[in-house]
Design a protein around this ligand. Sequence first.
Ligand code: NAD
Length: 381
Amino acid sequence: MGAGYGGLVAALKLAKGTPAGSVDITLVNKYDYHQLVTQLYEPAAAAKRDTEVRIPLKKLLAGKPIRFVQDVVTKIDPKEKVVTLEGGELSYDYLVVALGSETEYFGIPGMKEYGMTLKSVDEARLIRTHIERCFAEYPLDPRPELLTFVVGGAGLTGIELVGEIADWLPRLCEESNIPREQVTLYNVEAMPSILPGFEPDLVAKAEEVLKAKGVIFKVGSPIVQVEPGAVHLKDGAVIQSRTIIWTGGVRGNQIVVDAGFETEPRGRAKVNEYLQAVGYDDVYMAGDCCFVLNEQGRPYPPTAQLAIQMGNSVAHNLAADLQGRPKTPFVPKILGTVASLGGRDAVGKVGNNYKASGRVAYFIKDLSQIRYLAKIGALMK
Ligand code: NAD
């Protein structure tokens, strides 16, 4: 269930790693395409077309022994081994749950109602067209809140998005004949610094690059309320804005919680060393809907690279189960983290020691994307 990074890789690898005709694989997904979620900030800021970040599943799965069902999963009953979809039911011998994460709103009043999020190609399009509309409306009705944009959260999603929007603004201004000085782009972060958890020199580099592009950071001031046209911060400041894009955090998937799987407070399911759900040997999990612990005993951050590795491991262990071979414990290998800063600029860390910035960091990020596309067989298609 789920054709995101974890689910798609699991299905493809299982199909490849088992003798033809020995397994019957069904892949269920809400959309008829695989989304390159790590790239969504680009179509959101008109740096790529939507079609460049979605890969039609029909094309991707052509010739593969995988039955694709486009439907929405609404319920899992692991005791009865049944999955309910909007359009029917499926029963299974083995289930792979790879349903991804949901937005965490932390109960901030108005955020869910008035904030936009960036979790799908459709949402990226909404952000892009909303910003374009603000620029189109302004010359006819010159209210400053139309040209004031707020990105809430300066984690990786917020930083990548704000960088790409900052790069887009000069073009938007030129097209609409609006001076750049009339446009304000805020990035609000609750913690004392942007990119919490990143090393200070990388944070400083990111801040320098983004400030030079005109991003205004408000750190140490959580957003506490959103209403139409206004974003309220804890320090009492009110930003008059028609645009709030929320990138303040993610949580597990409610369907997984409702199914009764053992979960942590943020809704991610607990799995054993083989990525099986606690108490269910016939349910494997991959990606953001579950978690594994690092050496310090803290959950690894939910990332695409982790989901891909989990998908691989799930397919390996499931095939081992079917063929009566011993399973292999999942050991993540985090290759690094790179944050795009808009255009061809980025900062990040590769391995344990190598830090990169600028075009080199961007190139590393691009390379990992190409590697992934090659792995799922999307490059040639
Ligand atoms: P996140 O949880 O990593 O960051 C959210 C940020 O919002 C935090 O810095 C948090 O302090 C801030 N925040 C929370 N409440 C707030 C409030 N009320 N007001 C202002 N700020 C507030 O979420 P994310 O950035 O969406 O990332 C989710 C996961 O995806 C992470 O594990 C991340 O590593 C991963 N990711 C990776 C990449 C990459 O590798 N390039 C890109 C995007 C996301």
